[in-house]
Design a protein around this ligand. Structure first.
Ligand code: GLN
Length: 311
């Protein structure tokens, strides 16, 4: 395993931080405007238990789209592969994460994959539970377990801010209802309530690193040997992370960094190096596609230096 010294990590981070100036903090969810634009932090946790951090790792942020990887895993556990892929596809869309273009253009009108908003909302509709509150509770418990039992909370201000302004997600969800992707038994507002809650779960870089570590270790918590997610489902999630995890910049990130990763509009990125590292990054300044500019730069720099690419 290539050694990473704290000094080296700090040098890479300092170099990447200046790229934050090129982007903007997400503002379409008004509460996210308060995020510190120039912040950049990274935590790596190794399968051997080693933890190494640099930068602004005490900055809390919400999972946003990063949650989609883990609700996909819970939906697979709840329903199995066949039922999940009857409702969502397996292909990159090539469009923005909140696009509805292909839902109308391409038959049979199911979302292209589980990591775009239409796909993630559909996946959330498949989570078992009698009410949005119960579903949210199950999601929190599942995420918490993968995070090494770190207590998680929902950032209520971010939740309400998104719930009150999510006209586009609402229209996507009603479109899915009209296409019968969300079936007769599904209440659109209930699904959205659960979806906004999963997006508003608050974390730190260390939480992401710990969650990524379980994926890096094929679903087994390396710290206690417990299998938390079936290996097959982790394989599915990691494949989506490589092909769709950075939205419609996933191809470029696969070429430049070559590791499985998932970003969120809060500026978080969860990434992993198989059998080696779980990684959490925060850098709220985003590029036009909604990815952390400095965060991507840092991961690309480290991947090149440490030969992380899968390819
Ligand atoms: N909650 C956000 C939304 O649905 C998540 C999007 C993202 O992180 N790309 O718009």
């Amino acid at each position: 395993m290539a050694e990473i010294t704290p000094e080296q990590l700090q040098t890479w981070l300092n170099h990447s931080r200046k790229y934050a100036a090129a982007g903007e903090v997400a503002s379409y969810i008004p509460e996210l405007r308060h995020a510190p634009r120039d912040a950049l932090g990274i935590t790596l946790i190794g399968c051997d238990g080693r933890s190494i951090t640099a930068g602004d790792c005490s900055v809390p942020f919400t999972l946003q789209s990063i949650s989609k990887v883990f609700t996909l895993l819970l939906a697979l556990i709840d329903n199995g592969e066949a039922a999940v892929f009857a409702k969502v596809g397996m292909e990159p869309s090539g469009d923005d994460y909140n696009s509805m273009l292909k839902l109308e253009l391409v038959e049979p009108g199911i979302p292209f994959n589980p990591l775009i908003n239409a796909g993630a909302i559909t996946i959330t509709s498949l989570i078992h539970g009698p009410s949005p509150a119960e579903k949210t509770k199950r999601i929190m418990q599942f995420f918490q377990e993968i995070a090494g039992n770190a207590p998680l909370r929902i950032n209520e201000a971010v939740y309400h801010s998104e719930a009150e302004t999510a006209h586009r997600n609402r229209s996507l969800a009603y479109f899915l209802k009209d296409n019968a992707v969300l079936g007769d038994d599904i209440d659109v507002e209930d699904v959205l309530e659960t979806y906004f809650n999963q997006c508003a779960i608050e974390v730190h870089c260390s939480t992401l690193a710990r969650m990524a570590l379980v994926l890096a270790n094929n679903g087994v918590d390396p710290h206690n040997g417990r299998t938390l997610i079936p290996r097959r489902y982790v394989q599915i999630a990691k494949t989506f992370m490589v092909t769709c995890g950075m939205y419609n910049a996933s191809g470029q990130f696969a070429i430049r960094a070559g590791i499985a990763a998932k970003s969120g509009v809060s500026g978080g990125i969860l990434a992993l190096v198989p059998q080696r590292w779980g990684i959490g990054v925060i850098g709220p300044s985003l590029d036009r596609k909604g990815n952390s500019i400095a965060g991507i730069h840092l991961l690309e720099t480290m991947s090149a230096a440490l030969d992380w690419s899968l390819f």
